[in-house]
Every structure is written in C-alpha cells, then in structure tokens.
Design a protein around this ligand. Structure first.
Ligand code: SF4
Length: 424
C-alpha cells in the first residue's frame, strides 16, 4: 500500500503560471549524451540563435514573474554561446541556473560562466545515462562523479550545487544511498532532486491531435521498455527514504491539476552536519521563505544562496514560528549540553525535492503540476516543457482516449500503470 502523506499538513507552494519561482529556457536540442527517460529528441546542431533566446526571454518578461531561469536543452553547455546566454539572463536581474549533465564542463568554462553571472548548476547524473567511462555504474558508484562536480563548483565558490536523478523501479532502492552521500557532503551539495520516470502509455490509449488520430510511438517520451513501471509516486520515494531516516518529513508541495492530493513537487528541507541530520524545516518556514522573498523582490524564491544554506544555525531564530525548526533547535542544544564545543559547529540546510511528472489517468486526462515551474516558451506562448515534443511534432497538445476493450479501472476505463496517481 502506498504511504499516506496528508497534503493539508504541508505548505502549498504559491507558484502559478504568471508568478513562479522558476522558468525553463531551452537553448538547444543538441546533447552530448543519451539518457533513457529524456523528454527531448536529440538534434545535433539544434541550437537556438541569440535572437531567438532574447525573444524567449521577452515572452517570460511579458507573461511571467520569475526568480530563476533554468537553462536547459539538450545540454546547454554544448551551445557555442552559452556564456553569452548566461550573461543575458543575469543582466535581466534573473538567476541563471544551468541544467546540465556536466559532461562538457571544464574548469575554464566554469570560471567564464561564473564571471557571466551563473548562480547555480543542476547536474543530471544517473545510471541510465550512456556516459563515456561511467556506463554500467550503479547509483552508488556514480556518487564519485557527483563528488567531482560538487568539488569543481566548490573550488570556484559561491555557486549553488544541485543534483537530479531520474528514478526507475530498479533504482528506487538506491535513493537513500544518494541521500547518504549528499549528507556526507552537505557543505557543498545544496539540493538533491529525484524525478520519477514517466512516459506516454501506448497500449491502453489512442491518441488524437485535434480530431485526427495520431501515432505517438515516435515521440521520445512514449513507453520505452516493455512492462516498465510508470507509476512511482512521490509517496513511494518518501517511503524508501524513511527506511533510513524514519523522521524524514516534507514541508511544501505542488499538487496535480487533476488530483488535489498528489505531490507533483514535494520539497523537504533538512538541517544537519556531515555526520547527522538534526531535523526538517516545517511548512511555516517554507511559507516565510517564499513570502519574504516575494515581499522584498516581487518574486517567489528559487535557488537559495549557498551562503544562506550554510548558516542554518541562524534560522533557528525562527523556531518560535516553525515546529520543524523547534525540533532542530531541541536536538542542537541537546548536543551542546553533551559537548559544549558543538555550539560552534556549522549547521547546513539541504533541500530534497521529489518530482512526480505528468500522470496519465484512467479517463485519458493528464494530471500536470499545478503551478508548473518548468514552463518554457514555444511560438511566443508559455507551454509545459515536459510535453514540448507534442507541440513540435503535432502543433498542439495530444489527447489520450482510452481504448474500449481491456480490463477497467475505478472510473470504468482501462487502467494505465500510472493510475495509482489517478482520480479515485
Ligand atoms: S508539468 Fe511537466 S514540465 Fe511542468 S513541472 Fe511538472 S513535470 Fe515539469
């Protein structure tokens, strides 16, 4: 049975379509790796021109307040003008964050990107990437590569360091190992993101572009492997994490557009040292962080400055307002009583985000992230980046219609694997 998490106990992030913490800028379709589960068709040389990128930024400016811009692709580091792109975004007063597999990152490029104003990196590293020199390595073995990137950023200093991994049925058990590694490096790893694998389900549905039936199979995010599990929920990831940290407690979320109590983005802030986690921030802390940033800067908070994350002890001043912080304070002063030197220990804040992307429901509807942060631009409009291929190939969103035959789910339609996240 799926672990129950009560969304009413958590802070519903205030992110929405015109006012969000993040926006997603795709600068190229080219990539230097192949990753299973990638949402974008690799198109070598498919770089956007600087003019096109400027016009995408103008669309964001027109329609959407944003704090950070995730620069994505393809792999953005293979774009020949990546330094200039970062500079353009920084000049607009936005936080440029590079979403990359890291393969093309050199120390020299990193220094140039820092000078241009990059504020952080999210490295996609997982075992389903066909990465030269790392093929066949387990998630645990890949921690060595993760550490290389984290140390590269740390040498330059002042950059937010995040890692994301796509989670498959066979890699789900390794989630705690990645988190243990992240805790050991809590001083230089600021964010860890787990993204449940999703794909269009071909055998239970017909697909339509307008009134025309279409073949979805050429779309990169159509079902890959036979029998692949596509219904991993954020709850499942939390359940696995709790096998190692039983008190692991999220504090904020985004729900699904079709299912109010699903956790499409589930955020946890843990406070601790390299040796132990003292506790987890609560919903009030998350609310204060988002609201305070919006009051001060007019945008919801995206990536936190690493300087702030390593001053988690000062956050304990907010403990009268937040239950989670009160728990951390109690454990911290308990440790000080046992050893007064602990008073001088640095405490770090590390974020753990779990993403449960598009869920296909029994009736053919798709539950998207309500307040999607990864909105991108296509033809001058804001669109979901995870389903951009539909716009590119068919010029519209594709609708799924359940096939008539086959066993039925609770709503009377054939039940796809992801329906565990569906309406009931
Ligand atoms: S709707 Fe798609 S693009 Fe938007 S946050 Fe969810 S998974 Fe990402």
């Amino acid at each position: 049975m799926t672990l129950f998490l009560d969304h009413n106990q958590y802070y519903r992030l205030p992110w929405n379509l015109p006012d969000n913490a993040i926006s997603w800028l795709e600068v190229t379709k080219a990539c230097n790796l192949y990753c299973e589960g990638c949402y974008r068709e690799n198109e070598p040389g498919g770089h956007k021109s600087l003019e096109d990128i400027k016009s995408d930024l103008a669309v964001f400016r027109k329609y959407r307040k944003t704090d950070g811009v995730s620069i994505a692709g393809g792999d953005p580091l293979v774009h020949p003008d990546i330094v200039e792109i970062v500079r353009l975004i920084a000049q607009e007063g936005l936080k440029p964050i590079l979403n990359t597999n890291g393969h093309a990152l050199t120390k020299e490029l990193l220094r140039d990107l820092k000078k241009a104003g990059v504020v952080g990196f999210t490295f996609h590293v997982d075992s389903k990437q066909h990465r030269p020199g790392w093929k066949g390595k387990t998630e645990v073995e890949l921690n060595e590569l993760r550490l290389q990137y984290a140390q590269m950023l740390d040498e330059v200093g002042g950059l937010s360091c995040a890692f994301n991994s796509t989670v498959y049925a066979d890699t789900l058990p390794y989630v705690p190992d990645i988190l243990s590694w992240a805790q050991e490096h809590i001083d230089i790893v600021h964010v860890v993101v787990f993204i449940a694998i999703r794909a269009a389900v071909l055998d239970s549905f017909d697909y339509y572009a307008g009134a025309k039936k279409v073949d979805m199979s050429p779309i990169v995010y159509s079902t890959g492997e036979e029998g692949q599990r596509l219904d991993i929920l954020s709850n499942d990831v939390v359940e696995v994490i709790r096998t190692r940290w039983p008190d692991f407690e999220p504090s904020a979320y985004l729900n699904g557009t079709e299912k109010v109590d699903s956790f499409k983005w589930l955020l946890t802030g843990r406070i601790g040292t390299k040796k132990s986690i003292l506790g987890y921030v609560g919903p009030k802390f998350m609310e204060l962080a988002q609201t305070w940033n919006h009051l001060r800067k007019g945008t919801y908070l995206a990536y936190t400055d690493p300087i702030v994350q390593r001053r988690a002890k000062s956050m304990l001043l907010l403990s009268p307002l937040d239950k989670g912080l009160r728990g951390v304070r109690k454990k911290f002063f308990g440790s000080v009583l046992r050893n007064p030197l602990n008073l001088f220990r640095r405490l770090h804040l590390q974020s753990v985000t779990i993403i449960q992307p598009a869920d296909m429901l029994c009736d053919g509807s798709t539950s998207m992230c309500d307040g999607c942060p990864d909105i991108t631009v296509h033809n001058g409009q804001l669109v979901w980046s995870c389903r951009l291929e539909e716009q590119l190939k068919f010029g519209c969103w594709i609708r799924a219609v359940p096939k008539g035959e086959a066993a039925t789910g609770p709503c009377g339609s054939p039940c796809p694997p992801a329906c565990a996240g569906g309406r009931d």
